[in-house]
Design a protein around this ligand. Structure first.
Ligand code: IMP
Ligand code: MG
Length: 199
């Protein structure tokens, strides 16, 4: 946690970008440690669920889960294929919601495969619900979901992620893959965006 005042870390967190953050919720070290734990928990779960050496299909939700996925998979021992999907929900705004819809195709050859969905944040949960439905429809034999963040105050569906890194308050956050209007994804920490930075 930090009050946003200037420290050595601030320079690392990227100057002007970091000035738009009112509070660092999760710093780089905290995120890295939790990602390792999530990978370990996920690997243990998969080992107890699937036949030995059964390959999985990892389905990262673009673009927000890109950084999380890159870190997570390097701690996973499983044999896997990766098939990205894009789901549109927010569109350049923090509150205006568009209908959640799949953009483009699902990965091929999902029939009989165990799918691991990876997303940056479980907010209302509509994105995860949509993917769960679509992937089962495409023949996935089982689905495990893992998200880095979850905002319990905003959940609107019965479904919950199987693995969640951090529960966070109902605030708009950016960094570590998460964006506002396409920006801030490359910030190494996760922080709350200042209202002034929101157009
Ligand atoms: P859901 O369908 O409401 O669960 O929304 C999930 C998607 O909304 C995530 O994959 C993010 O792309 C986006 N999202 C939700 N909350 C935030 C946030 O605080 N910052 C950035 N993106 C967010
Ligand atoms: Mg997303």
């Amino acid at each position: 946690m930090s009050d946003g005042s200037k420290t050595e870390d601030d320079r690392m967190y990227g100057g002007a970008m970091h000035d738009d953050i009112s509070e660092v919720l999760l710093d780089e070290t905290t995120i890295a440690a939790r990602v390792r734990e999530l990978a370990s928990d996920l690997a243990t779960h998969l080992a107890s669920t699937l036949p030995p050496d059964e390959p999985i299909v990892l389905v990262p939700v673009l673009t927000g889960s890109l950084v999380f996925t890159a870190d997570l998979i390097r701690h996973l021992p499983n044999k896997m294929r990766i098939g990205v999907v894009t789901v549109s929900s927010y569109d350049g705004a923090t509150t205006e919601r568009r209908a959640t819809a799949l953009r483009g195709a699902l990965p091929a050859d999902l029939e009989g495969k165990h799918v691991v969905i990876v997303d940056d944040i479980f907010d209302t949960g509509h994105t995860m619900s949509l993917l769960d439905r679509e992937l089962r429809h495409a023949g996935a034999s089982g689905i495990t979901s893992v998200v880095l963040l979850s905002k319990p105050a905003r959940h609107e569906v019965d479904l919950r992620p199987d693995f969640s890194g951090f529960e966070i308050p109902d605030a708009f956050v950016v960094g570590y893959g998460l964006d506002y209007d396409g920006h801030y994804r490359n910030l190494p920490c996760i922080g709350i965006l200042r209202p002034e930075a929101i157009k």
